[in-house]
Design a protein around this ligand. Structure first.
Ligand code: NAD
Length: 283
């Protein structure tokens, strides 16, 4: 999709972090942006800041884990701007580095509902609209480097599923001759508020508390602040990927050898290993 100016982008999880970075990048290209997020006050704050900076934005409170909410988001976007050309299924949460077997069913239900079913709802709701529009259109699903490498606990399981689902949808779109395209975004560490995802955890999925020996919120915050790439860098890379119709969006080149290493072990019949994070380049 080459021409972005005047077109409409919908971004979930847009009140903070990577979603906001993408929204700013789209606005910078002259797009109209529908910002959606479950965190109402943060959403309206972000929308006001983007508007003050000259962007044309519309804000819709949406819980991506709720199919009816995502339908209402699409209705509102179409009522407001008439069409949707870009959808970023980006909202996501992190339940920490707790071992899988010590995680509760509430941990699983919450993270699967947002990180996987949120993407499913976005695809099921918006893709038929985009196909029907019969114009250039593009979906970007936010996975993670944790979707390409082993060791991400529950989070990695959801992100691996998002990579797989995105690959499948890409093939289905090409095989059916449909116009929309799709990408999967797989960043390493980005300087966002994801370490504090608990702020949006619904009361119906109570938190059983931290497991000794796993990362504290403070340690996680420090790592994200110190080593994370700035969200706008990710947003600008997403714009390039949409223009190039590039499926895999790898924003952290320092992980390339890790991906090769993992693939080689699979081919060699070796067991998984976790490599230490590569030296990050501050961007
Ligand atoms: N920060 C990183 O290092 C990193 C790396 C790889 C992938 N990601 C992914 O990037 C995406 C964005 O996360 P971020 O790092 O910007 O974190 P963030 O916490 O700064 O932003 C996530 C946004 O999603 C919203 N959200 C949470 N639950 C929601 C729900 N049910 N419905 C709608 N919105 C909801 C939050 O309110 C927040 O505004 C996530 O999918 C995350 O898994 C992050």
């Amino acid at each position: 999709m080459r021409e972005l100016r005047g077109r409409t982008a919908v971004v979930t999880g847009a009140a903070s972090g990577i979603g906001r970075g993408m929204a700013e990048a789209f606005a910078g290209e002259g797009m109209r942006v529908v910002l959606s997020d479950v965190e109402e006050a943060a959403l309206h704050r972000t929308a006001a800041e983007l508007r003050d900076a000259g962007a044309e934005v519309h804000a819709v409170v949406t819980d991506v884990a709720d199919a009816a909410d995502v339908t209402a988001l699409a209705d509102s976007a179409l009522r407001t701007y008439g069409a949707v050309h870009v959808l970023c299924n980006n909202a996501g949460v992190y339940t920490g580095s707790k071992p899988s077997w010590e995680s509760t069913l509430d941990d699983w239900a919450w993270i699967l509902g947002v990180n996987l079913m949120g993407v499913v709802h976005g695809i099921r709701t918006f893709l038929p609209v985009m196909i029907e529009q019969n114009e250039e259109a593009h979906i970007v699903n936010t996975a993670s480097m944790a979707g390409l490498l082993p060791g991400g606990s529950l989070y990695g399981a959801t992100k691996t599923a998002v990579v797989s689902l995105s690959e499948t949808v890409h093939l289905e779109l090409v095989e059916s001759g449909s116009r929309p395209r799709i990408s999967v975004l797989c960043p390493g560490l980005v300087d966002t508020d994801i370490y504090h995802s608990q702020r949006n955890r619904p009361a119906r999925f109570p938190d059983a508390g931290p497991v000794p020996g796993t990362w504290s919120v403070d340690a996680a915050r420090q790592a994200f602040k110190e080593f994370g790439v700035r969200p706008r860098v990710i947003g600008d890379e997403v714009v390039r990927a949409i223009r190039e119709e590039r499926f895999y969006v790898l924003t952290h080149p320092e992980y390339r050898d890790h991906i090769k290493h993992r693939t080689q072990r699979i081919l060699d019949g070796e067991n998984p290993t976790v490599l230490s994070p590569p030296a990050p380049g501050r961007r």
